[in-house]
Design a protein around this ligand. Structure first.
Ligand SMILES: CC(C)(COP(=O)(O)OP(=O)(O)OC[C@H]1O[C@@H](n2cnc3c(N)ncnc32)[C@H](O)[C@@H]1OP(=O)(O)O)[C@@H](O)C(=O)NCCC(=O)NCCSC(=O)Cc1ccccc1
Length: 154
């Protein structure tokens, strides 16, 4: 299930600030399946992504990369569950319904953060994921995300 092409590069028409290849001002994160139901993303912050203290990563950026990594994984999983290649045919689109984050430790601004998302539940209209964000070998945030299926014209 490990793929060389990022999930975001298989999905068409994504202008999202966090993950859209079509947003040239955005973070443009890239996510990859590493196991069935498990995806990974490495994001390298820029110095201006900092929190109040210059050495730490901003909490909103942390939320954005968790949101985008998990929702893109839900979208890619939607294609898998439908037995279709990601991005093929009618668009499968999910939106963030719930994003519940525990910030456990500060993440360094000058080190990559690693995100690992696991699909823990699927319903007809929603996918539930857990995500951990680590920096320098330490878990800095844990999240539960509910991604909700929305119409393709959403
Ligand atoms: C679509 C929805 C989230 C839910 O519509 P509804 O008509 O209410 O949905 P419906 O009643 O059909 O429920 C279906 C199932 O879902 C469940 N469930 C629902 N809500 C919640 C909840 N809050 N918490 C927990 N669960 C919830 C509900 O219980 C039900 O479960 P069931 O099947 O009974 O077990 C709507 O409130 C909305 O548009 N919100 C704004 C979303 C938005 O702007 N997000 C930010 C922008 S997107 C982004 O940035 C990411 C991105 C990146 C790249 C690319 C794409 C995306």
């Amino acid at each position: 299930m490990t793929e060389k092409t990022a999930i975001q590069d298989q999905i068409q028409g994504n202008h999202c600030f966090g993950c859209g290849p079509d947003n040239d001002q955005g973070l443009r994160i890239k996510s990859y399946w590493v196991e069935p139901d498990k995806s990974r993303c490495v994001f390298t912050p820029s110095p201006f992504h900092n929190a109040g203290p210059a050495q730490y990563l901003n909490g909103g950026i942390i939320a954005t990369v968790i949101d985008c990594h998990t929702v893109c994984s839900a979208i890619a999983d939607g294609y898998l569950q439908a037995g279709r290649e990601a991005g093929s045919g009618d668009k499968i689109w999910f939106a963030t319904g719930k994003l519940d984050i525990k910030y456990l430790a500060p993440a360094a601004i000058d080190k990559p953060v690693i995100l690992e998302a696991t699909i823990v539940g699927r319903g007809p209209k929603k996918t539930i994921l857990h995500c951990e964000l680590s920096s320098d070998g330490r878990v800095c945030a844990k999240a539960e995300v509910v991604a909700v299926r929305v119409p393709d014209q959403w």
